[in-house]
Design a protein around this ligand. Structure first.
Ligand SMILES: Cc1cc2nc3c(=O)[nH]c(=O)nc-3n(C[C@H](O)[C@H](O)[C@H](O)COP(=O)(O)O)c2cc1C
Length: 274
């Protein structure tokens, strides 16, 4: 290699080094943004829904005396935890939100439980809805006045809120309180549940609500919690960054992924906080 060639080679190296430096700054910038986003999400969510929030849920499983050997695989809407315990979709979400926010939790339970048979439950729910029944409840919240926010989680029944939830809502004074509806469903999304809630709680701030398909609860719960905290995305981004450290092309792909993830997280956080 002649002298000219040596100069060109060293200038190429400097150029490549410069590119690496630039990519590194971008990586550091994106990670810093993700950390800030995660911190803001955690603090604003906990500040808003921490101490004075009650997670209230109603689920078919908690309101039915299922026999030990009930078939949770082929039965509609039934699921078992790894421990073997039967669990409802609304309950899964409620427990996760309770764990994440540290908010208190309350399960709405009826005195007269629903039949084990799905179709019979559907029939009874239809009758209760048509007759505008208020099923009697088994348990109540003693200190409702202490809560400003109610995260209300329920399965959509006949396109609206199950009637025991109506009983619950009519039991207390929710004026001035914020209600955040989260519905699990099998195709109706929120149905008319949120507009019905707005109607029966005219003096409360009923939010627009989130619908989660029952079959996607396991997937969505991580997505929701992940979006709330930004932490899942942060770990994802850090993992990708490590893998792509030595490869500028992959690093660029990672940067795009991280920016898109960040935008998704921001949108989810905004949607959940509004
Ligand atoms: C009585 C009854 C009525 C239902 N009505 C609807 C409905 O109108 N629309 C819908 O999408 N899903 C409907 N479903 C399905 C549940 O909303 C869905 O399976 C939900 O995820 C169950 O949650 P859970 O396990 O917490 O009870 C109904 C289920 C039952 C038992």
């Amino acid at each position: 290699m002649d002298v000219k060639g040596i100069f060109k080679f060293s200038s190429d190296i400097r150029q490549v080094k410069g590119m690496h430096k630039k990519a590194k700054y971008i990586e550091v910038g994106i990670i810093a943004c993700l950390i800030i986003l995660a911190a803001v999400a955690i603090f604003s969510f906990r500040a808003r829904y921490g101490g004075n929030t009650l997670v209230v849920y109603f689920s078919r499983v908690g309101n039915t005396d299922f026999s030990e050997d009930v078939d949770a695989v082929s039965s509609a809407s039934l699921r078992r935890e790894r421990s073997g315990r039967l669990v409802g979709n609304a309950e899964v979400l409620a427990n996760d939100i309770h764990d994440f926010t540290g908010a208190d939790i309350h399960e709405i339970q009826v005195r007269d439980v629903y039949p084990e048979d799905y179709e019979q439950t559907v029939d009874r729910a239809s009758e209760e809805r048509n007759q505008n029944t208020r099923p009697e409840l088994l348990n109540y919240v003693d200190n409702m006045q202490e809560y400003d926010n109610i995260i209300l989680i329920y399965p959509v029944w006949w396109s609206t809120v199950p009637m025991p939830v109506y009983t619950f809502l009519e039991e207390y004074d929710f004026a001035g309180k914020t209600i955040i509806p989260i519905a699990t469903h099998k195709g109706s999304f929120l149905g008319s549940s949120v507009s019905d809630l707005k109607q029966i709680l005219p003096e409360s701030h009923v939010k627009n609500g989130i619908a989660v398909s029952g079959g996607s609860v396991d997937f969505l719960k991580y997505w929701i919690i992940g979006a709330l905290t930004g932490i899942v995305l942060l770990f994802y981004a850090i993992g990708m960054a490590k893998k792509c450290k030595e490869n500028p092309v992959k690093a660029r792909a990672w940067n795009i992924c991280a920016v898109v993830s960040m935008l998704v997280a921001v949108i989810c956080v905004i949607k959940l906080l509004l």
